[in-house]
Design a protein around this ligand. Structure first.
Ligand code: HEM
Length: 256
């Protein structure tokens, strides 16, 4: 495997191997198509390994981040029953007890949207953004960043910065209500970058945004959730390419 694959895969050897198998089986061919920033991939003389890396980005980028985020949202809601109650009340008002959640309800679920944003703030799936590398030497404040150096953005720390966020360690979805700029997903607010920023910003934002809101609203509208009797919740994090819960969440659904 070439350097490109090694750099992008970091410690994910096993996962990459699985994705490569899937990519080959699917016969994925990105040749001649445009990638997320509009470059015709054919111009880059796509080699096999590049195609596999694109497949890897799509499969891993679109699955682990969303499922891990769902787990964190449910954990935070179980930890904050009053927030769970408010979310269920919003669902009752917008969807109604005897209906099922449908796509047209999604844009009206402002409190649920704020819950998702607050979870992204405290538990960004990608704590360290993929490294950037300046093409020229740059001076920022008292720092000199030499051309070609690798710069990691610590989104986890930025989103808990007390200068940018009031009570940064508290789970308070209300902070996002009525302030669209604060919760902007497209990387324009540098205190909130759950999907990255700039030319490599996540191309899956519209899908992820709808998918998470849809799944969450259905889970809360259809079931009441509890921890198994006699257990407590552990919100410790396990740092990795995707920051997961140290102990996977176990929750019991009871049909409403
Ligand atoms: C909760 C859901 C998701 C989160 C938190 C997330 C987060 C991210 C982040 C932080 C990046 C790096 C951006 C940067 O470096 O500036 C990224 C890149 C990427 N994401 Fe997502 N993502 C999610 C869902 C998805 C979905 C659903 C897809 C596709 C179906 C997707 C596809 C990608 C791809 C292909 C890249 C690489 C873009 C590039 O390097 O040009 N992601 N994502």
């Amino acid at each position: 495997m070439g350097n490109y694959v090694q750099e992008r895969s970091w410690s994910m050897g096993v996962e990459i191997a699985k994705v490569i198998e899937v990519g080959v089986a699917l016969g994925v061919d990105f040749n001649g198509k445009e990638d997320s920033i509009g470059i015709t991939i054919a111009q880059k003389e796509v080699e096999d390994e590049n195609r596999l890396v694109e497949t890897n980005d799509l499969l891993l980028g679109g699955t682990h981040s969303a499922s891990t985020t769902m787990e964190w949202i449910m954990a935070e809601l179980l930890q904050h029953p009053e927030t769970m109650e408010k979310a269920c009340k919003e669902l009752e008002e917008v969807v109604g007890k005897d209906n099922i959640v449908e796509e047209f309800h999604i844009s009206k679920l402002h409190y649920l949207d704020a819950i998702i944003k607050e979870t992204f703030r405290l538990h960004p799936a990608t704590s360290l953004l993929v490294p950037r590398s300046p093409c020229t030497t740059q001076n920022i404040s008292e720092y000199t960043i030499p051309k070609g150096s690798r710069v990691f953005l610590n989104v986890w720390a930025m989103q808990r910065d007390p200068e940018a966020w009031e009570n940064p360690l508290e789970f308070q979805p209300e902070r996002f209500l009525g302030d669209a700029e604060k919760g902007d997903y497209h990387g324009n607010n540098y205190s909130f970058l759950p999907f990255g920023s700039g030319r490599r910003v996540c191309p899956g934002i519209p899908l992820a945004e709808k998918m998470i809101l849809y799944v969450l609203s259905t889970l809360l509208h259809s079931f009441e959730w509890n921890l198994p009797q006699g257990t407590t919740l552990d919100l410790s994090e396990k740092f990795g390419l995707v920051t997961k819960m140290q102990e996977p969440l176990i929750a019991i659904p009871i049909a409403k």
